[in-house]
Design a protein around this ligand. Sequence first.
Ligand code: KG4
Ligand code: ZN
Length: 338
Amino acid sequence: MSTTLLAIETSCDETAAAVVVDGKEIKSNIIYSQIELHKLYGGVVPEIASRKHVEKINQVIRAAIDEAEVTWEDIDGIAVTYGPGLVGPLLVGVSAAKTLAFAKGKPIIGVHHIEGHIAANYIENDELKPPFMCMVASGGHSHLVYVKDYGEFEIVGRTRDDAAGEAFDKVARAIGLGYPGGPKIDNLAKEGDAKAIYFPRAFMEDAPYDFSFSGLKSAVLNYLNSCEMKGIEINEADVAASFQQAVIDVLTDNSVRAAKDYGCAKLALAGGVASNSSLRQSLIDRCKAEGIEFYYPSSVYCTDNAAMIGVAGYYEFIKGAKHDLNLNAVPNLKIGER
Ligand code: KG4
Ligand code: ZN
């Protein structure tokens, strides 16, 4: 007997729905990105995001069901992101899921957004099973997570200030690349020299797997200001490459060290920043040298999507972990909490 889940994700600025069979087979993965709408403001405006989710959610769910060529009879449950994220956007997804669960008589499985990002790694990597170390780097989060088992997590390290993706977005804005900055810096960095400017790498003595990116961000802003004051021409590609290298060095060092210290032979990467080509290459090289198996999802499963929520939801569903119609959005939901 197979398990088919309808999955819904609306925690930030993507309205997404997917149909996933047995936590592996992605029957459909519909993503309506609101990026164009938020570009004007240089970042996500929560109220605008909520309104757009309301407008798009039914259409996106319909498209996911149609493309998967399933009927409601085929669907065993509804998985939905209920935190962490922006409360208004989360509420739209949770309300849609509860309405459908009630109307169609289906169970509801609330999913933690970061657990979804981690689960994206299972889609294309058959051999990846817990335990493993996972570096989650997105716009809102930078966590090193020890995945003990399906649905069992220990946070090993976290950012003290900005998330990695947030640093990419802020630096991109400062050098005039616009929002979202990650993919733009990724591309521009290819034309620059990563050794041109030295930016600081923060390592915490008291918490060896923690991160801090705000000092790096300030160092880039100071560099740009001082060039401007001295009338020195700025090479944006060199700034992008040098900044990106500083982020990559810290993410690579901390995650490989954590994997080794925890005796993990496997390391996975997740979250929007996981689609960064140089970060992937750095981890591929380093893991090869250290004898660690390295995994990462395709780009479409790195940035926010509902397929990953359907995968994480599946592992909760088969354990019998379901929610009821009292499920609410929890903007600051902790990982591993239900
Ligand atoms: O996981 P995600 O879609 O949303 C959150 O849960 O936050 O991550 C979005 C973040 C943004 O900060 C974006 O700039 C970053 O991921 N990002 C990248 C790349 N693609 C997206 N950062 C670096 N390189 C990329 N290629
Ligand atoms: Zn995300």
